[in-house]
Design a protein around this ligand. Structure first.
Ligand code: NI
Length: 253
């Protein structure tokens, strides 16, 4: 059994064949899918998928790339949703300094506020840290009081950064990038203990080889698991078992 800890399967890329795609993933052994939210425009679609598919679990949060002038109102909305219905985590949240640095201060503020929300609700949170891994780690370090738990999604850091994440008691999300030649991620991940790794696809983005450039979907998590099994000299079954155990220690379902 596999768990996809990060898939945006509510986006329009799946409008034509969503039910079939989810069934296919399920038949391939992907029994649970966790859906990070993006912003106010994605909530309805995400909740609709969650209501139709019992094994697809919604999270609530504001993605750093969607932090704009109105972010405070959106965060009020996020907070309201979290207090009125069941979500399985806060996400995805964090800082993205790759696309646009205009709202860096606001991104930091939104990240901190959402970590506090997660803490108050005793929920895990999922961190997006593109070009901001040291900064996001530092913020979590400054707030970790033993009650924070979560995943650094799409981990692509150094061994030193991996160590800081492990010291925080956090996990690293491993996806399609691990199958890319020259990405450098595989070499680092090879030395990280399995106890700190979970699988993810980030569907519809970041498809693993041999689907690179095409739409990604949860069924392709097998390609990520095969690569990880290779790196760790484990069987795919062992990778499935260990990463599933880790995911279930983060998310309460
Ligand atoms: Ni994502």
């Amino acid at each position: 059994m596999f768990i996809d800890t990060h898939a945006h399967i509510y986006t329009e890329e799946f409008d034509e064949d969503r039910d079939l795609m989810i069934m296919n993933a399920f038949n391939q052994g992907v029994k649970q899918i966790f859906m990070p939210n993006i912003d106010e425009s994605s909530i309805d679609a995400m909740l609709e998928v969650a209501s139709k598919h019992v094994s697809c679990y919604p999270m609530m949060g504001l993605h750093p790339c969607s932090v704009k002038e109105n972010y405070k109102e959106v965060l009020d909305m996020v907070e309201k949703y979290l207090s009125t219905q069941k979500f399985y985590g806060v996400g995805e949240i964090g800082i993205d300094l790759y696309w646009d640095k205009t709202f860096t201060d606001e991104q930091i503020e939104a990240f901190r506020r959402q970590i506090h929300l997660a803490k108050d609700l005793d929920l895990p949170f999922v961190i997006h840290s593109r070009d901001s891994l040291d900064l996001t780690i530092s913020i979590v370090e400054s707030l970790q009081d033993g009650h924070l738990k979560g995943i650094f999604h799409c981990f692509n850091g150094t061994p030193e950064q991996a160590k800081r994440i492990m010291d925080l008691g956090f996990f690293m999300g491993i996806g399609g990038v691990i199958t890319y030649k020259n990405a450098g991620v595989a070499e680092v991940v090879a030395d990280i203990p399995m106890e700190y790794l979970v699988l993810e696809t980030d569907a519809p983005y970041l498809s693993p080889v041999p689907f690179r450039g095409k739409r990604n979907e949860p069924a392709y998590i097998l390609k990520v698991a095969e690569k990880l099994a290779d790196l760790k000299a484990l069987s795919v079954d062992e990778v499935a078992r260990k990463t599933t155990t880790n995911a279930l220690s983060i998310f309460e379902v």
